[in-house]
Design a protein around this ligand. Structure first.
Ligand SMILES: [Cu+2]
Length: 168
């Protein structure tokens, strides 16, 4: 990782104190751009997506996810085999290599949220906890929106670009 990249990540980490868009675990995993699809009529399940960045110098394993607002949150991956799309459960979690970034997005990795206690509409927020290795789970605030908040490889937002900063 270059010095410049570290400097940018440093700015993001400093910013996350005030912004709900970025969360960090004690292990060095940064979660950003977390979003959920709104639930359809009569549906109690949805998909959650985010960008995970491993800022540490060793691999990190996302072990599990959970939310007080859903019966279960599981790690899934959509795959197409033999022309048929299906989802597989990542029962061993997901390893993020040192310095790597993994984008959860429709058609790929996603958090399968099932047994929602109430419907989600655009503009709502929902907390999902992520458990990484042996570190304490970190709570990430997901925004409900119809599409991703930013292209997967866009630069981190600057402090001045966040007019509505709130303390959590
Ligand atoms: Cu799924």
């Amino acid at each position: 990782m270059s010095f410049l990249r570290c400097a940018i990540l440093g700015a993001v980490i400093a910013c996350q104190v005030a912004s709900p868009a970025v969360s960090q675990t004690s292990s060095g995993l940064v979660a950003r751009d977390a979003w959920l699809r709104p639930t359809g009529a009569g549906m109690s399940m949805t998909g959650g997506y985010l960008v995970l960045i491993n800022t540490s110098s060793r691999p990190l394993r996302l072990r599990a996810a959970s939310s007080p607002e859903a019966t279960s949150v599981t790690l899934h991956r959509s795959v197409v085999s033999g022309g048929v799309a299906r989802m597989e459960s990542l029962t061993d979690g997901l390893v993020i290599p040192a310095g790597a970034r993994i984008t959860f997005q429709p058609g790929g990795y996603h958090l399968m949220v099932e047994g929602m206690k109430h419907p989600l509409k655009v503009g709502d927020r929902m907390k999902i906890s992520l458990a990484v290795d042996a570190a304490a789970a970190v709570s990430v605030s997901f925004e409900v929106r119809p599409e991703p908040p930013a292209p997967p490889n866009s630069p981190p937002p600057s402090v001045s670009a966040m007019p509505n900063m709130k303390m959590r």
